[in-house]
Design a binder for this molecule. Structure first.
Ligand SMILES: Cc1cc2nc3c(=O)[nH]c(=O)nc-3n(C[C@H](O)[C@H](O)[C@H](O)COP(=O)(O)O)c2cc1C
Length: 456
């Protein structure tokens, strides 16, 4: 059997995701149902019916308020706000399913590793090993202010802090409780053997954590590690830690090159590049006929909000598009302390040098360039070509209408991909890491830096 597509649903426990302005569409029920447990269990069952590997919960800890120097555009159009804590949706979705896994975004800048490690162990226990952690360093200045900082910790330093954060977490997960620590010996009156529960004695630049870990070892110990940094510092971080990474170059060739670059960096660090799966974004508008799919896209385009799109871009890149008044000037790269790949994709990494007018237009109109549209065969053709050309292992599927676009994908595209043999018809057994990398591999592989911190 050839390589098969790994599929995640891109989600957020918010009123809207990145379908800017489309909360107004009558079929978009998420903006009033995202607060209901039933909404998330129905979503979980739908995704498991479509044999999705995981639901990927993005998360931010702040309001997007860079565009126009104001939160107004974000609040008006529900740009990732209001936003609940995604961790709470996971146990209920796990209970409604057997195989679907969960990638949870947690920021290393605004959490503490000791408390975080316990929360992740808890979720790994409750899901029976179906958990991943998307490690982010956070790009919103409003998050920094709400955590009492005058300004954001600088971009590169955030990665240094993240690196130590992961060290602490790995030590708690991998080097604290031995597998045989819990004995439950009623006669000897010993629940767990204290000699097998170790302190970690971590003392670093940012954290001092003696341990031990509060949770007993969960099925995977360390959750599957996701990462999406694509700046040079981000790539080094991904090469060291990521088991699943996101790359999203403006072209298929750039995506392929980015994947290869990170895998090369991983190899230089002594990791097997086969232990890394690469993902990219996918957005699909599908209908039984191409004409119907085009009609849907036209409907979505009429509801699009350019203001919301600019608000989201402002927070993630640090570029306030309201300040660009000369349409004929070139849109130049400038360094910011926000996420750097968003800034680069429209400037130094853009396939051609863009004028301000072109950049603003690309936000004002729903851009069909990144959407795969057509009947099921046409959509499957394009997915297959992209999958084969770029060498990605999987996709994070976005959706204009929730849950409608996901339901269309499950009903129309999944059977077509299955017919072509490039998508699973049955789940593999085991934890999330085993489903991704093979039976018996529930725990971090030996070449991973987290595994190298094991002491027993
Ligand atoms: C698919 C994908 C999902 C992401 N999800 C989040 C997220 O949920 N929260 C967040 O703060 N950043 C998220 N990011 C942003 C990344 O964590 C990172 O900040 C961004 O890619 C810029 O990285 P760089 O500064 O190394 O270029 C995501 C990026 C991608 C490509």
């Amino acid at each position: 059997m050839g390589k098969q597509i790994i599929l995640n649903a891109f989600e957020m426990t918010s009123a809207m995701l990145n379908s800017h302005g489309l909360w107004k569409h009558p079929d978009n029920i998420r903006h009033y149902r995202y607060k209901d447990l039933d909404y998330w269990t129905e979503m979980a069952r739908l995704l498991e019916r479509g044999k999705f590997d995981a639901v990927f919960f993005a998360d931010v800890i702040g309001v997007y308020d860079v565009y126009q120097g104001s939160k107004d555009a974000s609040i008006r159009d529900a740009v990732q706000v209001p936003l609940n804590d995604p961790a709470f949706a996971i146990p209920i979705m796990a209970q409604a399913t057997e195989h679907l896994s969960f990638a949870l975004t947690v920021s290393t800048t605004y959490e503490h590793p000791y408390a975080h490690a316990r929360r992740m162990s808890t979720l790994d226990h409750l899901t029976k090993g179906r958990l991943a952690w998307n490690v982010v360093t956070s790009y919103l200045p409003s998050a920094a202010r709400n955590f009492g900082l005058e300004q954001m910790i600088r971009h590169d330093e955030r990665y240094e802090l993240a690196d130590e954060f992961l060290d602490v977490a790995y030590k708690l997960w991998e080097a604290s409780w031995e597998d045989t620590a819990i004995v439950r010996d009623v006669e000897r009156r010993v629940f767990a053997d204290p000699a097998k529960v170790h302190e970690i004695h971590h003392e670093g630049r940012y954290f001092k954590v003696p341990g031990p870990h509060l949770s007993e070892p969960s099925p995977q110990r360390t959750p599957v590690i996701y990462q999406a940094g694509t700046s040079p510092k981000g790539r080094d971080f991904a090469a060291k830690h990521a088991e699943c990474l996101f790359v999203g170059g403006p072209t298929a060739a750039q995506t392929k090159a980015a994947i290869q670059d990170i895998k090369n960096r991983a190899e230089a660090l002594g990791r097997n590049p086969e232990h890394i799966k690469a993902f990219t974004f996918l957005n699909v508008v599908v209908a039984p006929t191409r004409e119907e799919a085009e009609a849907k896209f036209t409907e979505y385009a009429a509801l699009w909000s350019g203001e919301a799109a600019k608000a989201q871009y402002g927070g993630s890149s640090g570029y306030n598009l309201a300040e660009y008044n000369d349409p004929e000037a070139y849109f130049e790269y400038k360094h910011t302390e926000h996420g750097q790949s968003r800034a680069a994709s429209l400037t130094k990494e853009a396939p051609k040098k863009l004028k301000v007018r072109e950049v603003l237009e690309s936000f004002d109109k729903l851009n069909g360039k990144f959407t795969i549209l057509g009947n099921p065969q046409e959509v499957a053709d394009q997915i297959q070509t992209y999958f084969e050309e770029t060498g990605v292992d999987g996709f994070n599927l976005a959706h204009f209408i929730t849950p409608g676009s996901l339901a269309d994908f499950v009903e129309l595209v999944v059977p077509e991909l299955q017919r072509r043999g490039i998508y699973k018809t049955e789940y593999k057994p085991g934890t999330y890491r085993e489903k991704l990398f093979g039976p018996g591999l529930a725990r971090l592989p030996e070449d991973h830096p987290g595994a190298r911190l094991r002491t027993f």
